[in-house]
Design a protein around this ligand. Structure first.
Ligand SMILES: [Zn+2]
Length: 213
């Protein structure tokens, strides 16, 4: 009985600590009060949403549709990055943006390493619509530029400070990092493809399915 009470108190404490918005109406009211809270679909930048296919580390589709959403200011900043890169013949290809909280819970199970998947106890900045996974492409051919690893390669080679790389690969990673940093995104040390939008704290964790938008 005492153990049950302790467990219950722990659950209450965790639930209190981690606020996850699951109600579409609550999201809509917040977005009406503050348009920055709106999730905006990324349609002007090429995407390859691996989590909508079996071609991902879970080997099964996690999203019902291949769509990418970000909070409005992060979406605008990403368009600025795209404009910044274009004169150099470069563009972006986006792998992931907003991710419903329940998907983060599913992803945690097989990996359980916070360097590569977010611990559901904290939630992911993807759950806030304030993180994006992406790479660089050649605007003319659409081909991805050479990067240290494929997307979602959970090895030390994916780290921003891994430098045993060909000079061209180092330069490509730096080009992406510098363009993103200039427009309000911070790199994640363990994944070259992941960037957090500065000020992510002001966006709630959401668990609202794509179909709602
Ligand atoms: Zn990410």
């Amino acid at each position: 009985m005492r153990r049950a009470v302790v467990l219950l108190l722990t659950l209450v404490a965790c639930a209190h600590h981690l606020r996850v918005v699951r109600d579409l109406g609550a999201y809509q009211r917040a977005a009406q009060l503050d348009p920055d809270q709106r999730l905006v679909e990324i349609t002007s930048i090429p995407t390859d949403v691996r989590y909508a296919t079996s071609n991902n580390f879970m080997h099964t589709p996690l999203y019902p549709t291949a769509r990418v959403f970000l909070r409005a200011p992060a979406a605008r900043a990403l368009e600025d990055v795209e404009r910044d890169l274009a004169p150099r013949g470069l563009g972006l290809k986006v792998f992931d943006g907003y991710r419903p909280y329940s998907v983060t819970v599913r992803m945690w199970e097989p990996i359980k390493n916070p360097d590569f998947v977010a611990d559901p106890a904290k939630g992911s900045r993807h759950n806030r619509g304030a993180a994006v996974d992406l790479t660089l492409i050649d605007l003319k051919t659409g081909a991805e530029l050479a990067m240290p690893t494929p997307y979602d390669d959970f090895t030390p080679r994916a780290r921003q400070d891994f430098n045993d790389l060909a000079p061209e690969v180092m330069a490509n990673r730096a080009t992406l990092r510098e363009a993103m940093t200039r427009h309000g995104f911070d790199p994640l040390p363990s994944e070259w493809w992941h960037f957090d939008y500065r000020g992510w704290e002001r966006f709630d964790l959401l668990d609202i399915p794509f179909a709602a938008f």
